[in-house]
Unconditional design. Structure first.
Length: 284
């Protein structure tokens, strides 16, 4: 059940604020974002064992019995051996949990995946992240007291409230050259159905609030043009905003770099953590 953005996404850049779109259903293998958005100055990433111990044989043989009247060899078979074996506890592995039905297993709903998420679980504890040879750095994280504090746009904020959002964690990243920067947010919602409604609320005015860092690169997050997208994984909504450091509109090559960064970072962090929850019902 691995997932995240796919490798065949195209990318379009539009003049506006941010472009989000309907959540493409992610399969348990890989669900990729790819769709076009409306006109704006924002590019959109869419466009683009049993140990069974066997029988325990207690063969006590070859016992030398030395007698005063002569030496003799007696081979003894302990008749109580089978009883001794039966008295030994048989080790068995704990049964695997039965994964609920549905595309995302335990993560289909908060009722089967009740443990709160944490920044460390979702984004990891290492600031340096490498995926498929490409390097990135996590510069700042946030656990918002209210989900609406990490979202922009009345429609998205209303959708988060309706979805009974209890948590929104965010982290911001930069690529190694310092040209690509972005924010990823994960919202903990009531169910898959409510998560899909949150994804549908995304548009040019409703997207994750860029989390500006204190470093010399990600401090520019939220300025200029950027691309936004909302996906779902069960009862979670994954929201992204990525841009060039200077806020400029990316050309074709630049758009591919932005999309690649989104794929790399979500696969290395968010989707890896949520896939674990889908399969086990527990935090990674």
């Amino acid at each position: 059940m691995s997932g995240g953005p796919g490798d065949d996404d195209g990318m379009g850049f539009l003049d506006g604020e941010a472009v989000t779109g309907d959540e493409p259903r992610r399969s348990r293998k890989d669900a990729d974002p790819a769709d076009a958005a409306g006109k704006s100055r924002t590019w959109s990433p869419y466009d683009e064992g049993s140990r069974s111990r066997g029988p325990i044989w207690f063969a006590i043989g070859g016992v030398l019995v030395l007698g005063l009247l002569g030496g003799g060899l007696a081979v003894m078979w302990n008749a109580g051996g089978s009883e001794t074996a039966a008295s030994q506890p048989t080790r068995t592995s704990a049964p695997l949990p039965t994964v609920p039905g549905g595309e995302f297993g335990f993560a289909e709903a908060r009722s089967t995946d009740p443990d709160p998420i944490t920044v460390k679980e979702i984004f990891g504890s290492k600031k340096k992240i490498t995926y498929d040879g490409r390097s990135y750095e996590m510069t700042i994280t946030s656990k918002d007291k209210k989900c609406t504090d990490g979202a922009l746009g009345d429609k998205l904020q209303k959708a988060l409230k309706s979805a009974k959002c209890t948590q929104l964690v965010r982290a911001s990243f930069r690529d190694k050259p310092g040209k690509v920067i972005g924010t990823i947010g994960v919202a903990n919602l009531k169910s898959s159905a409510t998560a899909r409604k949150v994804a549908k609320s995304g548009d040019t005015k409703n997207y994750v609030k860029p989390l500006a860092g204190k470093d010399t690169v990600t401090k520019y997050l939220g300025s200029g043009s950027g691309g936004a997208k909302i996906w779902t994984h069960g009862h979670y909504a994954i929201m992204v905003w990525f841009q060039n450091k200077d806020g400029s509109k990316p050309d074709s090559k630049g758009s591919k770099l932005l999309t690649q960064a989104i794929k790399d970072l979500t696969k290395a962090t968010v989707f890896k953590a949520l896939d674990h929850r889908s399969l086990t019902g527990n935090p990674a």
